[in-house]
Design a binder for this molecule. Structure first.
Ligand code: SF4
Length: 360
């Protein structure tokens, strides 16, 4: 039975130009029916206890105080003693009162969507916050007693230079947060950028930017524990570790994904359908054994080969002997029972995974 839960809050007050997530423009009339549906979904799941709870979006902190309290009340009874409860927040909606409310309700981790520290670039990607709102938001949460704060950054933005990425990193390090998630911009077809035919960043420049991100984070005391994630003082995202270590998790809400009994599912992304009929999950036919390898090798902790063999009843070393011979020990190392990517291996992970996939 799963002990992690992702709740998708699909409402946003404005749409970022790069966004291809399931999100809907905030509409007060939809909030109560949406909350009713979420409550029904929770009841149908027979959740026993939760180690991690994650409100993602969309923009969870665009909800009013009363709506957020109601949403929280559906999940609070299931939280373990030692839980991690993350809420994704957009800086422009964070107030001192909101930070205090979240702390009072028991939220103990914040993931703040910062993306860049250039006001010009923020406007160019359709974000509606300012740098001042970022620093204010962080100080409100810290003052309220929530110190486990993660920042999301995006690099390879349109016309961004390597120097500008370095500047974003310097601003980030000055904020004294424990966790960073840093992604390169992907131009998705159904985003505004996709429709505008914005060209992706030059591949070599993007690779240089990634290298710069990794080395700067490591120099500033962050552990590079997952391809795009960095932590100080072992403040890993415990919720995301569920995804990367092939564990089940509930996915609740319109646009959420989950995994139950080893099967991945996606709830409907259509709000009308969700409000009328509920989540209507579609179960995906995935190669679970390969997925487990792919997700685990994203992390520096690697794949527990013994557990994998037991779960999938396959002989890992025999099946993948050629891939292992090709990449060990420079890019992959085996520290029984874990197969781990080396820092160099993380840099070329996609290439390594293609070779794993080809064996299947
Ligand atoms: S990127 Fe996040 S905040 Fe922006 S529109 Fe998409 S879901 Fe909303």
């Amino acid at each position: 039975m799963a002990d992690a839960c992702y709740v998708h809050v699909p409402f946003c007050r404005s749409i970022c130009y790069y966004c291809a997530f399931c999100r809907w423009i905030y509409d007060e009339n939809r909030i109560d029916p949406w909350l009713d549906q979420i409550q029904k979904e929770v009841h149908a799941k027979s959740i026993s206890h939760l180690k991690t709870l994650y409100f993602g979006g969309g923009t969870p902190n665009s909800l009013s105080e009363s709506s957020f309290i109601k949403l929280a009340s559906f999940f609070k009874p299931y939280l373990d003693n030692n839980y991690e409860w993350t809420v994704e927040c957009n800086p422009e909606y964070v107030t001192q009162e909101q930070a205090a409310l979240y702390q009072k309700l028991g939220v103990n981790r914040i993931s703040l969507g910062v993306q860049t520290f250039s006001n010009t670039k923020l406007q160019a990607i359709g974000r509606t916050h300012s740098i001042k709102q970022v620093t204010d938001a962080i100080s409100y949460f810290k003052k309220a007693g929530i110190h486990n704060i993660s920042i999301d950054l995006i690099y390879a933005l349109p016309n961004q230079t390597l120097e500008e990425v370095k500047e974003d990193l310097a601003h980030t390090f000055a904020l004294d947060v424990k966790h960073l998630s840093i992604y390169s911009l992907q131009i998705e077809e159904n985003s505004v950028f996709g429709k505008w035919h914005i060209l992706p960043c030059d591949e070599d420049l993007e690779a240089d930017m990634y290298e710069t991100v990794v080395s700067a984070c490591v120099e500033h005391g962050f552990e590079h524990y997952e391809i795009s994630s960095f932590a100080k003082e072992k403040a890993y995202s415990l919720h995301n570790l569920h995804y990367w270590s092939d564990q089940d998790f509930y996915g609740i809400g319109c646009g959420a994904s989950g995994k139950e009994n080893g099967l991945l599912y996606e709830n409907t992304k259509d709000m009308q359908t969700y409000l009328k009929e509920g989540p209507n999950p579609v179960y995906l036919e995935e190669d679970n054994a390969f997925d487990a390898i792919m997700m685990a090798l994203r992390t520096s902790f690697g794949l527990n080969v013994d557990q994998w063999q037991q779960k999938y009843q396959k002989d890992f070393h025999t099946i993948y002997q050629n891939v292992l011979r090709k990449y060990m020990p420079e890019y992959l190392v085996y520290e029984k029972p874990y197969l781990k990517p080396t820092p160099k291996g993380m840099e070329i992970l996609n290439t390594i995974l293609v070779d794993f996939l080809d064996v299947n």
